[in-house]
Design a protein around this ligand. Structure first.
Ligand code: NZQ
Ligand code: ZN
Length: 388
């Protein structure tokens, strides 16, 4: 194993009915918050009413900033930061999925700075402070509830970049699985693909292959993911399955599965981000298109790791690594199809695939992350395999 430092300061408040605690728990931290959310889901499923009631009962003032879209835009985050500054809020309370949480983190940073917010995403500047961020998660997928990361799209350039700061870890995140009962199974599928990819990116490409404690942890997370997803598809009201799914999502991307693995990259995220930026599809749908194609193009390079996945997660009984890797990939595609996730651009209804532009934007994403695992030609090959 490689040496590592690991610190995760976020408190998790997990369980059915916990949302109503938000006001009481915020009280020691903030008098006035910016309450951020998306479009309509939290008003439809009752989360908005519960949150507002709890804030009022505890005397916490709030200003609303809504309309955060999936694959959020830089310009909208700037508006939120302006409002936070103008209103003099002490903190941001984000209620929603990964997009709401991510944009809210950017707002919390932007409220403390006069510089161009994008400078943090492009690596030109590094933030040293932020407003405090608190979250109520409504889509288990991105891990944003327990990491310092955020992803925004600069709509002028279509660059969809992410970066992480130690200052934007949520102080606490409330994870109430009953809130996710309203999440349609079509979106559970996208979330499941995202979680699968979070757990496997480093598992496949990591520098240190002797960190087997992490391998076994990843495989456990993946098995739990498959089990809970299948149960949700059979019965969307299965609250235990929703709860297991929710915690699985957090474990997959809160940094704990990267301890000791040394240098690693996120090649599938690098290729996907331009896809959801340009075609405005769910991030998980984009990953379903990319991952099987990436595994095909990189079969030789990461064969032994794909064979591990095949044997230890999909139960493939095959001693030859090449055959095992192929069967693992087939099992993955079969599972994605069972979920209803698109495994090609064509299945996602995208027929105007601009390979040149997507690959060039992906090179920009890879540059922003600083780990160069692929050439532009290799990225093009992945995109071409993914076309149909
Ligand atoms: O806008 P509303 O009406 O709220 O609807 C949302 C949205 O349409 C809806 N929704 C949210 N909670 C719901 C619900 N519908 C019914 N019931 C509920 N309980 O779900 C839709 C999608 O929401 P979104 O927040 O976009 O989903 P997700 O959590 O998948 O977030 C995706 C974003 O996170 C980024 C992605 O790139 C993408 O922009 N990522 C962030 C990461 C991070 N911070 O670490 C890592 C990831 O790899 C990812 O890149
Ligand atoms: Zn992701």
């Amino acid at each position: 194993m490689k040496n590592f430092n690991y610190k995760n300061p976020t408190e998790i408040i997990f369980g059915e009915g916990r949302i109503k605690e938000v006001g009481e728990r915020l009280k020691p931290h903030a008098k006035k918050v910016l309450l951020t959310y998306g479009r309509e889901s939290i008003k439809k499923n009752g989360v908005y009413d519960t949150v507002v009631e709890s804030l009022r009962a505890n005397g916490i003032e709030f200003v609303e900033f809504s309309g955060i879209r999936p694959n959020p835009y830089l310009s909208h985050a700037k508006l939120g930061a302006d409002l936070a500054r103008k209103e003099g809020v002490d903190a941001v309370l984000a209620v929603g999925g990964g997009s709401v949480l991510d944009e809210s983190k950017a707002i919390a940073l932007g409220a403390c700075y006069d510089c161009d917010l994008w400078d943090f995403f492009s690596g030109k500047a590094s933030p040293q402070k932020s407003l405090k961020v608190f979250t109520i998660l409504t889509v288990p997928a991105t891990g944003s509830e327990m990491n310092g990361g955020m992803v925004l799209t600069n709509e002028d350039t279509l660059d969809k970049f992410g970066f992480a700061s130690p200052f934007t870890y949520p102080v606490f995140s409330i994870l109430d699985p009953s809130v996710t009962l309203s999440l349609p199974v079509s979106y559970v599928a996208c979330a499941a693909v995202d979680i699968f990819t979070h757990a496997t990116e480093a598992y496949f490409v990591k520098e240190d292959t002797a960190s087997f404690v992490i391998d076994r942890a990843v495989e456990g997370v993946l098995k739990s993911l498959i089990e809970s997803t299948d149960k949700i598809l059979q019965n969307p009201q299965d609250i235990d399955a929703r709860a297991n799914f929710m915690w699985t999502a957090t474990l997959a991307w809160n940094g704990s599965l990267h301890c000791g693995v040394g240098i690693y990259g996120v090649p599938n995220h690098v290729i996907e981000h331009p896809i959801s930026a340009i075609y405005d599809i769910a991030h998980g749908a984009g990953l379903a298109i990319v991952l099987p194609a990436w595994m095909k193009v990189f079969e030789e390079k990461y064969r032994s790791r794909f064979a591990f996945l095949a044997r230890n997660v999909f139960g493939v009984d095959e001693i030859d690594d090449h055959k095992a890797a192929q069967k693992g990939r087939e099992s993955l595609i079969k599972w994605f199809k069972t979920l209803g996730a698109p495994v090609s651009f064509a299945e996602a209804g995208i027929f105007d695939v601009d390979v040149e532009k997507l690959s060039s934007l992906a090179m920009g994403v890879m540059g922003s992350k600083g780990v160069a695992l692929m050439t532009q030609d290799e990225i093009k090959k992945v995109l071409e395999v993914a076309i149909k």
